[in-house]
Design a protein around this ligand. Structure first.
Ligand code: FPP
Length: 235
């Protein structure tokens, strides 16, 4: 049987801190290795012709972490894109972000905007990075925007599911087919709640810094072997 490749893969990249601790390293070393794995997994998704890879890099709750760690995480996009933007661009990968980016320092935003601009014309994999993102917040913002459009008479008050999806930050992307969470936690943690309605879920004990091409391919094999019925009956 043909191997089915998901059109849209979403990953909750968890376990950087525990990975670092297990190696006797500071938590930030786990985040640094984790950022390098973004490149590895994006390149593999691109090779496999996945359309969209959405990664949870920073939640609306992550601001509660110690100031040092928050600062380090805010600086990571610069390290990452300085190192990898040229390669991502050469591989026809388009970098996008979802989340409320305004809250990040100006320097972080500038780096992000550059990466988006440089790769805007690319037609391959969409590498979609969620930062200061929370799904409840996304849905509330979408509801507000829709209400505003109704109030202004731009749209009638009978929107359907497909119409509402256009107000979400993932507008234009296919629904998530496969959601993976690394490092053993069995939670969704406010990530893409609308978009995963019919996604297959895989929870792996492997920490994100150890989640390499082989791990990704094992998840895709499992996905490919599952019987997706979307609420229907077996055909
Ligand atoms: C979860 O591990 C990981 C994060 C909260 C941060 C993820 C961010 C990156 C991998 C890099 C971001 C880079 C760019 C380019 C945007 P954890 O710290 O919660 O690990 P723990 O649960 O073991 O403590």
């Amino acid at each position: 049987m043909d191997r089915k490749i998901p059109r849209h893969i979403a990953i909750i990249m968890d376990g950087n801190g525990r990975w670092a601790k297990a190696q006797g390293l500071p938590r930030t070393a786990g985040h640094k290795k984790g950022a390098d794995m973004i490149r590895t997994i994006a390149v593999e998704c691109s090779r496999l012709s996945v359309e969209v890879l959405t990664l949870y890099a920073f939640s609306t709750e992550n601001w509660k972490r110690p100031q040092d760690e928050v600062s380090y995480l805010c600086g990571l996009p610069k390290l990452f894109f300085n190192r990898y933007i040229r390669e991502l661009n050469e591989r026809n990968i388009r970098v996008c972000f979802i989340g409320e980016l305004e809250r990040f320092p100006q320097e972080t935003r500038a780096v992000i905007e550059d990466a988006v601009r440089i790769t805007a014309g690319n037609t391959g994999l969409v590498l979609n990075i969620a930062i200061n993102y929370g799904s409840h917040r996304e849905i509330v913002l979408a509801a507000r925007a829709y209400a505003q459009d109704v109030a202004e008479g731009k749209i009638s008050n009978d929107i359907d599911e497909e119409g509402f999806a256009h107000y979400l930050m993932t507008s234009g992307y296919p629904p998530v087919d496969l959601m993976i969470r690394t490092s053993g936690e069995l939670r969704i943690s406010n990530f893409l709640l609308w978009q995963i309605a019919y996604a297959e879920l895989i929870f792996t004990p492997v920490a994100w810094p150890d989640f390499d091409e082989a791990q990704l391919n094992a998840c895709i094999d499992e996905f490919s072997g599952r019987d997706r019925r979307y609420g229907g009956v077996k055909g």
